[in-house]
Design a protein. Sequence first.
Length: 280
Amino acid sequence: MGSVQDFVKAYYEAQTYLDDHDVEKATASYKELLGLYEDIKTEGTEQDKAVAHEQICKLYYKLQQPTRSVAPYFAAGLLVVLLSFVAVVQPSIVGLPIFPETIYQDVNVATSRTGFLNVTLEGIPTSIRLKGAGQGKVYLVQGKNLIKVWEGGPGYECVDSCVIDGIDTNKVVLLIEPKGGQLKLEKVKYTARPLPNHVPAWTGTKTTFAAPFSLNLSDLFQDEDGDDLVFLSSKQAGLVVSIENDMLSVSAEEPGERQITVYASDLKGVTRIPLTVTAE
């Protein structure tokens, strides 16, 4: 029971630090959390393992959705921490998975006419619930089929859309059929699978540089999905390393050959590239 109680405590601490954007304390909590998770996987019951895994997944997902809870550089920093603990480190590219969670999204549409509504979701839906007011029905259009989602029930309603299979896009079409007046859709609540993601790709032609030097990292990494990138770098004794915006600057305090690691993140995955720094 000790591991489970400690896990719960570390989980809520990590969540609090995420909300407060406290990098140092959040990093320490995550290290503790991931270690406790490994203990639960080894010694815990099946229920403990399932619950712990779910909570880990939720936090991973929040790290990769910075507009909801964390600033971009903070999220990228924690992705690097997670990378060092839970991914098999390769000398080239390593990515992190995205995990699903329940998402709420505004719709705010009112109509008294039958018609179609295009909605772009944040992931590929596996369930859809709608919250609205008025009389009528709303269907999810899936090919030639209509899946009934809402028919005037209270709260968030899913008639036949509580579990959805066969959708491979985040762009869905709803058919709205008001009855006897205006039908208003307020929000959609859904679970989702992530959209396919490509981690940033290193496009540089060399990885050995003589200090001092500066590199514009936005010229050396490309993201196939067009995502904005955040850059981080490790430090090394004998070197002065800094990143300002996209510019990496390195100078040497003493001669020799040393290595640093540059990280590029689209806040969904991380690419790590080791650089060799020489100084005479």
